[in-house]
Design a protein around this ligand. Structure first.
Ligand code: AMP
Length: 266
């Protein structure tokens, strides 16, 4: 299967070619035709599977074709909600990359920074808005953003969103969306609370799953160590003393946390 077999329009195929993408990933192969057919999709896929392109490509295609029919001033026709600023930035970059020959404009809004450049971009007009929930609601309350023209809505990383306590924000956002829309819902895991939330958003969704829910690669052996905050660095040093370990990738939840680890290692 090649991208050109998925009925993707030329301006997007051209951008994919520049990115040297030729073969769609599993989630792209399954989700793109459904989304192009205007179905609601419940996608169970983790980051790294190519899920961003799986929703960005068909949304860009809808918007491009819609604009050919009706070239009115730009309104927010597509809204993507994602839990973190890093993800928001990545998604915005994906829309810019895959959409570079479509003329479809996106902007990204997230908290923790001055809102001025974000409101300036909104004023200039965008088709796609990528946002984290808190800043989105804030800008809506201030009157900078209205969601009445949203036709394509994506809730990305829904499980992380709930873990981060965004449930009330998400409910408030959903209330403001028009009923007539296409909705896409992505989550790496599908526990019950996520299924309940998805039912509030999707209409007759088609499920797309690329690897079994919450599965891990079977070539990887995993260990779980219980420890206290005060003894974590001793555990780290203990683990790293194992001479069989030649390369380590260490994740940490926060920036200050990763800086502490770096100090310990130095
Ligand atoms: P994501 O799961 O959306 O975070 O994407 C993971 C990475 O895969 C990103 O760096 C994309 O640029 C890349 N990617 C997505 N789709 C493809 C594809 N069909 N071929 C090659 N790389 C891809």
């Amino acid at each position: 299967m090649q991208f050109k077999d998925l009925k993707i329009i030329e301006p997007i195929l051209k951008a994919l070619k520049e990115e040297k993408y030729s073969v769609p990933t599993a989630i792209q192969e399954k989700a793109i035709p459904l989304i192009l057919n205007r179905k609601d999709v419940l996608g169970s896929a983790q980051t790294g599977t190519g899920k961003t392109a799986a929703f960005a490509i068909p949304i860009l295609q809808h918007l491009y074709l819609d604009r050919q029919q009706n070239n009115s001033p730009r309104k927010i026709n597509s809204l993507i909600i994602t839990p973190t600023r890093e993800l928001a930035i990545q998604i915005g970059e994906s829309f810019s990359t895959y959409g570079k020959f479509t003329g479809i404009r996106n902007t990204v809004v997230f908290g923790g920074v001055n809102q001025r450049s974000q409101t300036d971009a909104l004023r200039r007009g965008v088709d796609v808005l990528v946002a984290t929930p808190g800043r989105l609601l804030d800008l809506m309350d201030q009157g900078f953003i209205r969601l009445k023209d949203v036709e394509y809505f994506v809730l990305d990383e829904a499980d992380r969103m709930l873990d981060m306590g965004f449930i009330h924000d998400i409910k408030k956002i959903i209330e403001k969306l028009p009923n007539k829309r296409q909705s896409l819902f992505f989550s790496a895991t599908m526990p019950q609370n996520i299924v309940v939330l998805s039912k509030k958003i999707l209409i007759n969704p088609i499920k797309v799953q690329v690897s079994p829910v919450s599965s891990t690669a079977d070539t990887i052996t995993q260990y779980l160590y219980y420890t206290n905050k005060s003894t974590k660095k001793d555990l780290l040093i203990h683990i790293l003393k194992d001479r069989k370990i030649t390369q380590v990738l260490w994740f940490s939840r926060t920036i200050p946390g990763s800086e502490r680890i770096s100090r310990v290692l130095k």
